[in-house]
Design a protein around this ligand. Structure first.
Ligand code: SF4
Ligand code: SF4
Ligand code: SF4
Length: 361
């Protein structure tokens, strides 16, 4: 796949991707120091970064459900909800833009795809008869998570899960899962890494339920890539660079669930203003957004929404360091090894034992 021309927009997008990846790694390292000290019964030298809750999408989805049901913002993982709302908002206004601008997994996946193209000369593209059903997998996974978070539990069940001991330490459970991977986990990760070198965007295109949700929301986005057939020369450069393998040269408005608003096609188009990101017609005019401004808008929405939550006091969760110290010392005990309907009962029991241990100290 040819590389798109260098343009300020593509450079700005790469900068946003790298910046967010570095930030994510920094948050991960700080959280690891904190969690390993706490689970070892020591006092951490660094604080727990709330941003780690961006990796708790199920908990965030449940918080969102509770919030939309008028039950307020659940106090435990507030940053997780803030990040989810920011991602959903940016991807609903600028179609699926989280995937191409900020998602660290998308950035790594893109880099692995480029590495594969450099090593092997090309990426393998599954034939259409295989590509279409494989793309359905991510919707099957999304349906399962939607059912588990929005259908299988009523609002009381959702609250019980969010209050449960498991959810209160879900970030540390996740870290320990990857810090001590089983053979199966290692095998799956290995297949995904090698597969992403051979097949561009293997995880994102076929398996990621989060991306599936963002793609569906992106269908409603007012800002989408739009082609002007009157000036188009049919050179097809846009189609050749599209990482989502869309026939951009044959579309007027790119409304596909796979389009991530990366603007590689816009940067590759040699005809001025033929391919742009713009709104539908409002009266006699379109809202036309400069390519670099699209990047600024997408990232700005993310920063704006998360800042709004921070300023509103909804970033740091309600679990105190003292509570973490107690819970993480017993993280391998039964209340922390399962999730689901029994969460409320477990919560009561664990809260009682926690209170007793605090009194005893
Ligand atoms: S598809 Fe999923 S992993 Fe890929 S960039 Fe989008 S949200 Fe990230
Ligand atoms: S259509 Fe354009 S903006 Fe959308 S994914 Fe393809 S190259 Fe990126
Ligand atoms: S790159 Fe531009 S001119 Fe060429 S086919 Fe695409 S939209 Fe038309």
């Amino acid at each position: 796949m040819p590389r798109p021309m260098r343009s300020p927009a593509i450079r700005a997008r790469r900068l946003a991707q790298v910046g967010f990846l570095v930030l994510t790694v920094a948050v991960g390292v700080q959280f690891s120091f904190w969690a390993l000290a706490r689970t070892g019964g020591r006092t951490p030298v660094v604080g727990r970064p709330a941003g780690v809750e961006g990796f708790l999408p199920i908990s965030a989805l449940m918080s969102l459900r509770l919030w939309l049901a008028g039950q307020g913002i659940h106090p435990v993982h507030q940053a997780g909800l803030a990040i989810l709302v920011a991602v959903l908002t940016m991807s609903t206004l600028v179609a699926k833009s989280f995937c191409s601008h900020l998602c660290p997994i998308g950035t790594v996946s893109e880099a692995l795809g480029r590495l594969g193209a450099r090593l092997l000369g090309r990426c393998w593209l599954p034939p259409r008869w295989l590509d279409v059903p494989l793309r359905g997998l991510k919707y099957a996974l999304l349906s399962f998570f939607a059912w588990a978070t929005w259908v299988a539990l009523d609002v009381g069940g959702v609250r019980a899960f969010l209050d449960s001991p498991y959810n209160r330490v879900a970030d540390t459970k996740m870290l320990l899962f990857f810090a001590h991977p089983s053979r199966l986990t290692m095998a799956v990760l290995g297949v995904l890494v090698v597969g992403s070198i051979l097949v561009r965007d293997l995880w994102c295109r076929y398996l990621c339920p989060y991306g599936a949700l963002l793609g569906l929301l992106g269908r409603a986005a007012p800002l989408k890539v739009t082609r002007d057939p009157a000036t188009c020369t049919d050179c097809q450069r846009c189609t050749k660079v599209c990482p989502a393998r869309l026939s951009v040269h044959a579309m007027v408005r790119v409304g596909s669930v796979e389009c991530t608003s990366c603007q590689d096609c816009v940067a590759a188009c040699p005809v001025k203003a033929c391919l742009v990101v713009r709104s539908p017609r409002v009266g006699t005019r379109h809202l036309w957004v400069r390519p670099a401004l699209v990047v600024g808008l997408a990232v700005g929405i993310y920063l704006g929404v998360t800042t709004f939550f921070r300023l509103g006091g909804h970033w740091r969760g309600s679990v105190s360091e003292q509570e973490y110290a107690q819970r993480l010392r017993e993280i391998d005990s039964p209340p922390y090894t399962h999730v689901g309907g029994m969460a409320a009962a477990e919560t009561e029991r664990s809260e009682a034992s926690l209170a007793r241990s605090h009194v005893a100290r």
